[in-house]
Design a protein around this ligand. Structure first.
Ligand SMILES: NC(=O)c1ccc[n+]([C@@H]2O[C@H](COP(=O)([O-])OP(=O)(O)OC[C@H]3O[C@@H](n4cnc5c(N)ncnc54)[C@H](O)[C@@H]3O)[C@@H](O)[C@H]2O)c1
Length: 259
């Protein structure tokens, strides 16, 4: 098993790619703390995983709260006895508009894509160090690698994530803590629908989200969205010891969209 004996956290682990990742990591032998705002959804997943794969816990709460973002780390360490990896997967699309921007949506995007990720990371570093090293993984986006006409504010945040990853990779290298990002393209999860259905997205707001998604994925060279499992597979590699000399990368999982 590729994560035998490892202990880790997956934020936003109750749905989509986070859920696929938590499932994959548990199957590969890790003890996993699933963190999500929707405790019932996370608990349903944990119940299924516990039956076959042992140690899985749920930490339900809002990662916008600094106190909770820190608590996620301390509760995992208390329950499982240490920490080897964190997948900081939580994020938010934010507003589509720049002119007439909704600042409350801007703040939500910054809080979830950047602030909560910083706070969780700050709390995690001493515990990773105490184990002699570990892996930090972040979810950026292809909008963190190239500009996005539809999501300039999201792109602003995800470029920030990539900058943080590259900087931390250098800073934490002496501690044997590897730091990487996955950069998904369009991925078939509820968030993809949230993106295209944003009320301030003028080009698509009057169309059915499913139709917008169907049209949008035609622009991807692969002609389809990623499946959550395909992103989780990349996450597994970056977290596992198979990536022992890989740090500071922002890996597109995008069906050649940014090629
Ligand atoms: N889906 C895509 O097309 C796509 C593409 C690129 C990047 N991303 C990134 O992937 C991540 C989201 O992943 P997904 O598509 O798997 O989403 P999803 O919609 O399937 O799941 C998001 C989860 O986050 C949880 N959540 C929301 N707000 C929270 C909060 N305040 N505190 C704790 N949990 C909270 C929700 O309850 C939900 O379970 C984000 O970082 C997003 O920017 C998504």
């Amino acid at each position: 098993m590729r994560l035998e004996g490892k202990i880790g956290i997956v934020t936003a682990g109750g749905s989509g790619m986070g859920r696929a990742g938590a499932t994959r990591f548990a199957k590969e032998g890790a003890s996993v703390a699933i963190v999500d705002l929707d405790g019932a959804k996370a608990e349903a997943l944990a119940g299924r995983l516990r039956a076959d794969h042992g140690k899985v816990m749920v930490i339900a709460g809002d990662l916008r709260r600094d106190e909770f973002a820190r608590e996620v780390v301390s509760r995992t360490v208390d329950a499982f006895g240490g920490l080897d990896f964190v997948w900081n997967h939580v994020g938010h699309p934010g507003p589509a508009a720049v002119e007439g921007v909704d600042m409350s949506q801007y703040e939500l995007a910054m809080d979830l894509n950047l602030r909560s990720v910083l706070v969780t990371t700050e709390a995690a570093i001493p515990h990773l160090r105490a184990r002699g090293g570990g892996a930090l993984l972040f979810t950026a986006s292809i909008a963190g690698l190239a500009g996005s006409a539809y999501s300039p504010i999201y792109s602003m945040a995800k470029f920030g994530v990539v900058g943080f990853v590259r900087s931390l990779a250098k800073r934490l290298a002496p501690d044997h803590i590897r730091v990487n990002a996955v950069c998904p393209g369009m991925t078939d999860t509820p968030m993809l629908r949230t993106f295209v259905a944003r009320p301030d997205q003028p080009s698509t707001s009057n169309q059915v989200p499913e139709m917008v998604v169907r049209q949008a994925v035609k622009t991807v060279p692969f002609g389809r969205a990623a499946k959550a499992d395909e992103v989780a597979n990349a996450a597994l590699f970056l977290i596992s010891d198979e990536a022992s000399y890989v740090s500071g990368i922002a890996l597109p999982v995008d069906g050649a969209a940014t090629a």
